[in-house]
Each structure stands twice: as structure tokens, then as C-alpha cells.
Design a protein around this ligand. Structure first.
Ligand SMILES: NC(=O)c1ccc[n+]([C@@H]2O[C@H](COP(=O)([O-])OP(=O)(O)OC[C@H]3O[C@@H](n4cnc5c(N)ncnc54)[C@H](OP(=O)(O)O)[C@@H]3O)[C@@H](O)[C@H]2O)c1
Length: 333
């Protein structure tokens, strides 16, 4: 068997073009001292991969450039170990290259749960940066209280749907925004029908009747014109938690980037808007415990969208931009 890697061939600065990747083949690597070789089983495909592809150091978690493989969070099995903490056959999760086989630093991975306990799909969707963004965004950053009216954008997506479920589990009234009738049906049916929805992605003006001037927490994944509407509908003391801005990830002309108009309303509503990445340092365990607790109680189930085949990964990334993914986008290798 040969190794295959998706290598960044050029920066993707405008509209995403899967041809900014090239597939290269090579031998399966060997583990140097202290390292392990992992065979990738399941990959998480994320909007942030589109950011990293811009090759702007300000947008990258780990610096890399042309000629390097794209990186991401995956689950895989150890096929060679020269690290004391890992044995061949261990299943681990963490961040490594978009490769069928990669040499991995054991410090960057941790054991996955057995598939019999929780499917690998659910693990990547919940016990990952995605679940952490949703749980940490709602609790540590958004500080939700049961009396809050919570507005979630991208509410049918991987992060948004978990954020909506977490807010509901805290007893909040939750309103979701999603693109299209079937996504809104999903919000109504599967999130226990107390989540209300709107299809008005393009024409959105107010969160929904009854939430006007009462949005206490907003979990935003998209930015765009919605943020201006949210700003006009904030309750006093509103917290807007911003983990993403996907509407801005695929824009070729800087002049087309969205300029927020209503920011001064933060002043008059004593509100705050805070961005974050899903790493809360010493508080990660608080977030992980919450995810664990809600999962054990059956209150946190992720919808997943699994694409088959390592060779289809660059094309699959486009599903995030055209809204065709139905849940956490993953690739089965
Ligand atoms: N800060 C962090 O650590 C962190 C961690 C995880 C995710 N995130 C962010 O969270 C956001 C969602 O990520 P995800 O993995 O959960 O993806 P997702 O929501 O499962 O999928 C992306 C969704 O974004 C919406 N979308 C795409 N283009 C859009 C546009 N131009 N305008 C408005 N909506 C658009 C589509 O949903 P609709 O069809 O419903 O509009 C699409 O299905 C991203 O911005 C990502 O960067 C951040």
C-alpha cells in the first residue's frame, strides 16, 4: 500500500477552488524515535481549512505553506510506535496532516473512545474543536442563563446545532437561523421543536417575532448582514459570541467583505461581542465535562455528513460553502 497526501499547491485567496490542492503519492513513513505512525480512518473537514488555505499567518493555528499537507483533526489507528505511551492498534484522535499515513507527535493526540462506546463520527463531531466551540461559546464566553433568549446562526450546522442543543439544555429559549426549509425542519423536529427557525438567510431582518429587543445571547458563526440585525435586537447586557464568519471566507474582492454598521449599539445596550477559538486552556476540562455530561444524558447528538474516500476531500470542502452539508462534515478514508 502507498501513502497519499493532499498538499497545498497554491494559496486559495478568492473563491475556493479545490485545485489549490494536489494529491501526491509516496511510501508509508516510518516512526522516528519518540513518534508514532498513524493510519487515518476519519477526517474532520472544517471551514477553518478554508481560512488556513489563504496562507495568511494571521489566520493559521499552525504555520504551514505551499508544499505542505493541509492539517486537520482526525481519528486514526497507530500502526507503528516508537513512543512509550502508545501501542500498535491504539486508536487516537488529534491533529495531523491530510494523509493516509502520517508521522505524529504523541503530544498532539489522545486516545479516542472505543467505537463500541461512541461512534467515531460522534466523537469527531462532539469531542473536538467543534463541540468545544459550541459548549465553551455558550457557557464560558456567552455565560448563558435559563432566562436568556438565545439566537444561533448556522443553527443546523455542526457547531450551531450543538450550540442550540446546549442552550436548550440550560433551559434557554432558542431561536435558530438556517439556510432552507429542510434545515429548518431539522431544527424544529430534532431539536425538540422549541427551536424556532427562519429561512430568511438572505432577507433576514429581525431574529423572529417575540425576540425583538430580547436577544440575550447570540452565537454567531457567519457574520454577514445578520449581525447588524442582531445588533438592533439586543437586550441590555447581550453577549454576542463569534466563533466564525463563514460568509466572509469565500470572497475574492476585499471590497466585498461585509462592513458592520450597527456596532455603536453595543454601547447603548451595554452589550459585548467576543470572538474566540475553541481552546480554553485550563478551562478545557470544564467544557469537556459539560459535553460528556450532556452526551451521557442523551441531550447531545450530532448530525454528521460523511463523504466517502480520501480522494474526494478537496471537493467535499466546497459543501461547507454552498450549504449542502447536512451536519458535521467528515471524510471516511
Ligand atoms: N472558533 C472556533 O474554534 C471554531 C470551531 C468550529 C467552528 N467554527 C466556525 O463555525 C462556523 C461553522 O462551522 P461548522 O464546521 O459548524 O460548519 P457548518 O455550519 O456545519 O457548515 C457550514 C454552513 O455555513 C453556512 N454558510 C455557508 N456559506 C455561507 C454564507 N455565505 N452566508 C451564510 N451562511 C453560509 C451554511 O449553512 P446554511 O445553509 O444553514 O446557511 C453551511 O452549511 C464556521 O464559521 C467555522 O469557522 C469556529
Amino acid at each position: 500500500m502507498k501513502n497519499q497526501s493532499w498538499i497545498v499547491d497554491r494559496a486559495s485567496t478568492g473563491t475556493y477552488d479545490p485545485r489549490c490542492f494536489c494529491l501526491i503519492e509516496g511510501p508509508i513513513p516510518s516512526a522516528p524515535d519518540g513518534k508514532i505512525v498513524v493510519q487515518t480512518l476519519l477526517m474532520s473537514l472544517d471551514p477553518t481549512n478554508l481560512n488556513w488555505l489563504k496562507l495568511d499567518p494571521q489566520l493559521q493555528a499552525i504555520p504551514f505553506g505551499i508544499g505542505y499537507p493541509m492539517i486537520g483533526v482526525s481519528i486514526g489507528v497507530v500502526i507503528e510506535s516508537r513512543a512509550p505511551a502508545h501501542a500498535v492498534g491504539d486508536v487516537v484522535t488529534g491533529m495531523w496532516g491530510w494523509r493516509r499515513f502520517d508521522v505524529v507527535d504523541p503530544l498532539l493526540v489522545h486516545p479516542a473512545k472505543p467505537a463500541t462506546e461512541m461512534s467515531f463520527e460522534q466523537q469527531l463531531a462532539i469531542f473536538s474543536h467543534v463541540g468545544r466551540a459550541a459548549a465553551g461559546g455558550m457557557t464560558l464566553i456567552g455565560e448563558v442563563k435559563p432566562t436568556d433568549a438565545v439566537l444561533v446562526s448556522g443553527a443546523a450546522g455542526a457547531t450551531g446545532s450543538l450550540a442550540a442543543r446546549i442552550a436548550k439544555a440550560q433551559g434557554c429559549r432558542v431561536v435558530g437561523i438556517a439556510g432552507g426549509p429542510d434545515k429548518c425542519e431539522f431544527l424544529l423536529d430534532e431539536l425538540n421543536s422549541t427551536v424556532r427557525s427562519t429561512t430568511s438567510k438572505k432577507t433576514f431582518a429581525r431574529p423572529s417575532t417575540g425576540t425583538s429587543r430580547a436577544v440575550s445571547t447570540c452565537s454567531s458563526t457567519m457574520w454577514v448582514g445578520k449581525i447588524d440585525a442582531v445588533l438592533t435586537n439586543m437586550a441590555v447586557g447581550c453577549r454576542i459570541v463569534l466563533c466564525g464568519a463563514i460568509s466572509q471566507y469565500n470572497i475574492s474582492e476585499p471590497s466585498n467583505l461585509y462592513g458592520v454598521q450597527n456596532l455603536p449599539l453595543l454601547i447603548f445596550r451595554s452589550a459585548r461581542l467576543q470572538g474566540f477559538v475553541a481552546d480554553f486552556g485550563p478551562r478545557n476540562h470544564v467544557v469537556d465535562n459539560l459535553l460528556d455530561d450532556l452526551t451521557q444524558r442523551g441531550q447531545l447528538i450530532a448530525r454528521t455528513h460523511v463523504v466517502d474516500g480520501f480522494e474526494n476531500v478537496p471537493d467535499a470542502l466546497a459543501l461547507l460553502l454552498n450549504g449542502k452539508n447536512r451536519g458535521k462534515l467528515l471524510a471516511q478514508v
